[in-house]
Design a protein around this ligand. Structure first.
Ligand code: GAP
Length: 513
């Protein structure tokens, strides 16, 4: 646990030190769970967006992208169910005065039971070695079965109580399990209450005429309310999809994991509209497609897992999360939901407009069904950043910190480094810079020793360093250093564009999907 915490602290401090992420309005001591992206963070974030956007809209001829407003008519949120049901159950500790999500306290208790089960499995694996049959052990060992049965019982009871809005039973469960405030150990709890996560704001100049609005808690509704506009103007037949990247806001009760759970964040969502009855087939297709999108980044298959939802939201008939191994364990990175016709039907009812599609093959009109893929951009950033940040011990015993980002996503593609600040080397380097800047985001650095400059570029994930020395002036070659292997080779200046492009092109990622 201590190692996990240390690793996570390292991620946060590296993000700040190298211009990726800063606490918002830091000079005023920051704003809880709100962050600003710095010069390198903004580039990395834009590249992740591009990877997603291109994968959705360029690789699928039946998906188009839109950019809807953050502020929407307030009835949108009545129709979507967010006004009545976008709540989290919260509980306060009377001694520490800290606020928690009651369901998260219970889930964390279950995660500890699962840890115990995994320890039993690991112990047995060590004891039996090669001969160990994990599947048999897991299905027969009384301790493992006991831990898992208990988890199931607890989670089922919690789900039932939350469904029935029986918050007294959620509190009773916390007390029966003797769950304590994780920081202070106190078990002195208030009652559990529901708390709506939407941020309210007002539209209008005078207080009397102002309309109450919400900052959107998800981008999806901007797509649903535009379904007819896009379908008619794009002339797409079903199945087709609408993709969008944009800000969402949630007044999260507990937001303590850096950019994992923020109050202002970005989502990349795609709604795929399909004929009723075909949704589960497209749901499976999108699960597979999205998994491939992740795997193409090369972070390792072992760091992802699907978590199929047993308890479905009232509007869904299938749902799964793609979980990633963050520094604090496997957690949700993306959700894939088969949302039936819930949203479009609700908007039809609340708006009084017909929101239907005429299907020429079936010769009938109907409300389309929807399969949604929804990934948090900031969570994707954290997944990449935390996984790629490594401390390496080199052959000569020295060490380096390297951010081994997929080259297409790296904030800076190449750094142009004149070996010394004299003898015409900066001018020569500048000419290379001025040629390559039209194709790539590159930087020019002449301060500090070359070794220090290499380390700085490693730390921000720059795939190439290009060093200009005295020989460059004579033979028009430079030293090209590659980030991961640290190999250096002499290459002609005229080949640079092609070499860099081959490595950093989005094609490398997109062609693997
Ligand atoms: N339209 C469906 C929807 O919004 P969700 O599971 O609430 O579903 C989708 O959110 C994704 O958005 C999550 O998988 C997560 O990656 C991201 N997300 C949700 N809440 C977040 C928060 N407070 N901070 C950062 N990312 C968040």
């Amino acid at each position: 646990m201590a190692k996990q915490e240390d690793d996570f602290k390292k991620v946060i401090s590296h993000a700040k030190e190298y211009g990726f992420i800063f606490p918002s309005s830091e000079i005023y001591d920051g704003l809880s769970a709100v962050y600003d992206y710095g010069q390198n963070g903004a580039e990395l974030k834009n590249n992740i967006k591009q990877y997603w956007w291109k994968a959705m809209t360029q690789l699928n001829e039946n998906i188009v992208g839109i950019d809807a407003a953050i502020l929407m008519h307030p009835t949108t949120w009545k129709a979507s169910g967010h006004v009545d049901a976008f709540n989290d159950p919260l509980i306060d500790n009377k001694d520490s005065k800290k606020r928690f999500r009651a369901d998260v306290l219970i889930e964390d208790y279950c995660a500890k039971l699962e840890d115990k089960a995994l320890k039993e499995i690991a112990k047995a694996k060590k004891r039996f070695g090669e001969a160990f049959d994990e599947a048999q052990f897991v299905s027969t060992n009384p301790k493992v079965l006991g831990y898992r049965e208990k988890q199931k019982e607890i989670l089922q009871r919690m789900a039932k109580s939350l469904d029935n809005n029986d918050l007294a039973d959620v509190k009773a469960l916390i007390e029966e399990l003797e769950i304590a405030d994780p920081d202070t150990g106190s078990k002195n709890w208030t009652d559990v209450r529901q708390f709506n996560l939407m941020f309210g704001t007002k539209l209008g100049a005078s207080a009397e005429n102002a309309t109450d609005l919400y900052l959107r808690p998800e981008t999806a509704q901007g797509i649903f309310v535009n379904f007819l506009n896009v379908q008619k103007t794009s002339r797409h037949k079903l199945p087709f999809g609408i993709a969008q990247i944009g800000k969402a806001f949630r007044n999260e009760i507990v937001a303590r994991q850096f950019i994992f759970r923020m109050r202002e964040f970005e989502q990349m969502e795609m709604q795929f509209f399909v004929p009723p009855g075909t949704e589960l087939q497209f749901y499976e297709m999108w699960k597979e497609k999205r998994y491939k999108w992740h795997l193409a980044l090369g972070l390792g298959e072992e760091n992802y897992k699907f978590h199929d939802h047993e308890k479905l939201a009232h509007y869904a008939n299938a749902a799964a999360d793609i979980e990633f191994k963050f520094p604090f364990g496997f957690k949700e990175l993306e959700g894939i939901h088969s949302r039936t016709d819930f949203d479009l039907s609700a908007h039809e009812k609340f708006s009084g407009r017909k929101i239907q599609y005429f299907d020429p093959e079936r010769n009938e009109s109907y409300v389309p069904y929807v399969v949604e893929t929804s990934i948090g951009l900031d969570r994707m950033f954290l997944a990449l950043f935390s996984h790629c940040l490594k401390d390496e011990v080199l052959e000569d015993g020295s060490s380096r910190t390297v951010l081994s980002l997929p080259p297409a996503l790296a904030p800076v593609k190449a750094a142009i480094l004149p070996l010394v600040k004299k003898d015409g080397l900066p001018e020569f380097a500048e000419r290379i810079f001025n040629d390559l800047k039209y194709d790539f985001n590159i930087i020019f650095e002449e301060k500090d020793s070359i070794g220090k400059r290499y380390r700085r570029q490693d730390a921000i994930g720059t795939p190439f360093c290009i060093t200009v020395d005295h020989d460059s002036l004579k033979d028009f070659t430079v030293t090209l250093r590659e980030r991961d292997t640290m190999k250096q080779e002499r290459v002609p200046v005229e080949n640079l564009r092609q070499i860099i492009d081959k490595k950093v092109s989005f094609r490398n990622l997109l062609s693997k999907i």
